[in-house]
Design a protein around this ligand. Structure first.
Ligand code: NAD
Length: 244
C-alpha cells in the first residue's frame, strides 16, 4: 500500500539532503527505490534500509546509459542532483558556469533521454526535476550561476511535458526556498559567522524558519504518484513564503 505502491523510482543525489529524504519517503509509500549518488559511503546506509543503490555520477553520460540499461523500465525519475555556486557574474569563472550547467541541467537531459523510451513503451511515467526559487519566481543575491542553471531547468521541464503529454509522461519541477541540508550547513559555515549566517537564511522566509527535507520529499511523493495526474509542466514552489 502507499501512494507509490509498486512504482519503480530512481532518485539522483539521494545520499543526503532532499534526495535522501525523498528516497526514504518514496520507500515508505511503497515504491521500489533505486537511490543513486557519487557518495558510496552514505549510499550504504540506504542499502541497509533495503533500497537498491547505485553509484552514479550524473555528469558521466556513459555511466548513465549503462545504469539505465541495467535498471530497465522505471515509473518515476527524480532528478535531484545540483550544486550551488555563490557569487555574482563577476565572481563566476567559465568553469563555475560550465560545472553548474553540467550538474544542474545537462544531468537531467542525460537521465531523461536514458529512461524516457522505457517510460513511453510502458504507457507513462512521472519525471520530477529539481529547480529552486532562485532565478525562477525571484532573484537571489550572489547566486548568478545557480539561478541561471535553475531557470534553465524550467524550460527543459516544460518542453518535455508538452512533447510527451499524449504518451502519458508528466514532467514537473520543484522550486524550494531554503531547506536544511548538509550543503546548506556548509554554506552557513563558509560565511565565517555561523550564527549570523543562519539568522540571515532564516530571515529569508516570512514563515521564520528553514524548510525540512521531509517537506520537499512530500511534494516529490505527490508529483511521483497518481494523485497528481492532472498536473504537468509546472513549477511547484515550496518556500515558506520566500518568494511572496
Ligand atoms: P546537498 O547539496 O547537501 O547534497 C547533494 C548531493 O548530491 C550529495 O549527496 C552529493 O554527493 C551529490 N552529488 C554531488 N555531485 C554529484 C554528481 N556529479 N552525481 C551525483 N550526485 C552528486 O543536498 P540539498 O541541499 O538537499 O540539494 C539537493 C538539490 O536541491 C540540489 O539540486 C539543490 O540545488 C536543490 N535545492 C536545495 C535547496 C536548499 O536550500 N538545500 C534549495 C533549493 C534547491
Amino acid at each position: 500500500s502507499g501512494l507509490l505502491a509498486g512504482k519503480r523510482a530512481v532518485i539522483t543525489a539521494a545520499a543526503q539532503g532532499i534526495g535522501r529524504a525523498a528516497a526514504e519517503a518514496f520507500q515508505r509509500e511503497g515504491a521500489i527505490v533505486t537511490a543513486t549518488d557519487v557518495n558510496e559511503e552514505k549510499l550504504a546506509e540506504l542499502s541497509a534500509l533495503g533500497m537498491n543503490v547505485a553509484k552514479l555520477d550524473v555528469m558521466n553520460a556513459d555511466a548513465i546509459s549503462a545504469f539505465a540499461a541495467q535498471t530497465g523500465t522505471i515509473d518515476v525519475l527524480f532528478n535531484c542532483a545540483g550544486t550551488v555556486h555563490a557569487g555574482t557574474i563577476l565572481e563566476a569563472s567559465e568553469r563555475d558556469y560550465d560545472l553548474a550547467f553540467d550538474l544542474n541541467v545537462k544531468s537531467m537531459f542525460r537521465l531523461i533521454r536514458a529512461v524516457l523510451p522505457g517510460m513511453i513503451d510502458n504507457g507513462g511515467g512521472s519525471i520530477i526535476n529539481m529547480s529552486s526559487v532562485a532565478g525562477v519566481p525571484m532573484g537571489v543575491p550572489n547566486r548568478f550561476v545557480y539561478s541561471a542553471s535553475k531557470a534553465a531547468v524550467i524550460g527543459l521541464t516544460k518542453s518535455i511535458a508538452l512533447d510527451y503529454i499524449k504518451q502519458g509522461i508528466r514532467c514537473n519541477a520543484i522550486a524550494p526556498g531554503t531547506v536544511q541540508s548538509p550543503s546548506l550547513e556548509e554554506r552557513m559555515k563558509a560565511q565565517g559567522n555561523y550564527e549570523e549566517a543562519r539568522a540571515a537564511f532564516i530571515a529569508r522566509q516570512p514563515m521564520g524558519r528553514i524548510g525540512l527535507p521531509e517537506e520537499i520529499a512530500a511534494l516529490a511523493v505527490y508529483l511521483g504518484s497518481d494523485v497528481s495526474n492532472y498536473t504537468t509542466g509546472q513549477v511547484h514552489v515550496i518556500d515558506g513564503g520566500m518568494s511572496l
